[in-house]
Design a protein around this ligand. Structure first.
Ligand code: ADP
Ligand code: MG
Length: 240
């Protein structure tokens, strides 16, 4: 589903992704761990073209992300992204937030898009909030709306960038539960998170990034029971 080949990313003189390659098969649930500044967000953002790259290539479902503007448009339809800050449109109701891209970008019928939005709101546990505004929702509820909005594109890939990091502790679980539900449907998912419980329960595979490199890449149980690199062990000892 995702093929990243030898990509380099610089911000000015700063070399942020260093010849990274990564293949993610269809349906895989991948968790990305690593310290702050290691390049996790940048890597995710190269996958849907939110960041350019200086060399190498990224393909999503056979589409070369950085080749043409039109490819970028296609890839954005295939990939849902959920950010740390929920990024909802505050002047729009929940249902408008969810149906905006399906109606205006994907040119889907409004009635159908709204019916689907209601189903998605039920799925994330917020059927009664369709006509609420983001400011009337808790952080956990806003993030669940953001997930519903991403799913409304009917994406083939979901990218999550620290989706629970901005939440009060009591709201983290409700968001992780929705993510686990998505994981159970064998959606291709890349999740940057420090939630090790989620990784152990929902991920097939875990990678550890440090300083622009993938230092460790293993099946989940192997990753946690027998990390190979000293750097990974140090990191895990700090967060476990
Ligand atoms: P992580 O998500 O692992 O914390 P990031 O991918 O956000 O790391 O950042 C990797 C490095 O790139 C950091 O040194 C960060 O300061 C730098 N960086 C990220 N975005 C930008 C940007 N838009 N301009 C300049 N430097 C950036
Ligand atoms: Mg980040």
């Amino acid at each position: 589903m995702i093929e990243i080949q030898n990509i380099d990313k610089y911000f000015g003189a700063l070399h942020v992704l260093k010849n990274i390659s990564l293949t993610v098969p269809r349906g895989q649930r991948l968790v990305i761990l690593g310290p702050s500044g290691s390049g996790k967000s940048t890597l995710l953002r190269t996958i849907n073209g939110l960041e350019t790259i200086q060399s190498g290539s990224v393909t999503v479902d056979g589409i070369n992300v950085h080749e043409h503007k039109s490819n970028l448009y296609k890839v954005r339809q295939l990939t849902g992204m959920v950010f740390q800050q929920f990024n909802l449109f505050n002047h729009k109701s929940v249902i408008d937030n969810i149906t905006m891209a399906p109606i205006h970008v994907q040119k889907r019928n409004r009635k159908e898009a709204e019916a689907e939005a209601i189903v998605l709101l039920e799925r994330v546990g917020l059927p009664e909030k369709a006509h609420a505004y983001p400011s009337q929702l808790s952080g956990g509820q806003q993030q669940r709306v953001a997930i519903a909005r991403a799913l409304a594109l009917r994406p083939k890939v979901m990218l999550f960038d620290e989706p629970t990091s901005a939440l009060d502790p009591e709201m983290i679980q409700e968001v992780l539960d929705v993510m686990k539900d998505i994981a159970h449907e064998a959606m291709t998912m890349l999740v940057v998170t420090h939630e090790i419980g989620f990784a152990k329960e929902a991920a097939d595979r875990v990678i550890f990034m440090d300083n622009g490199l993938i230092i460790e890449d293993a099946a989940t149980s192997e990753f946690f029971s027998n990390p190979k690199s000293e750097r990974t062990r140090q990191f895990l000892s700090k967060i476990l």
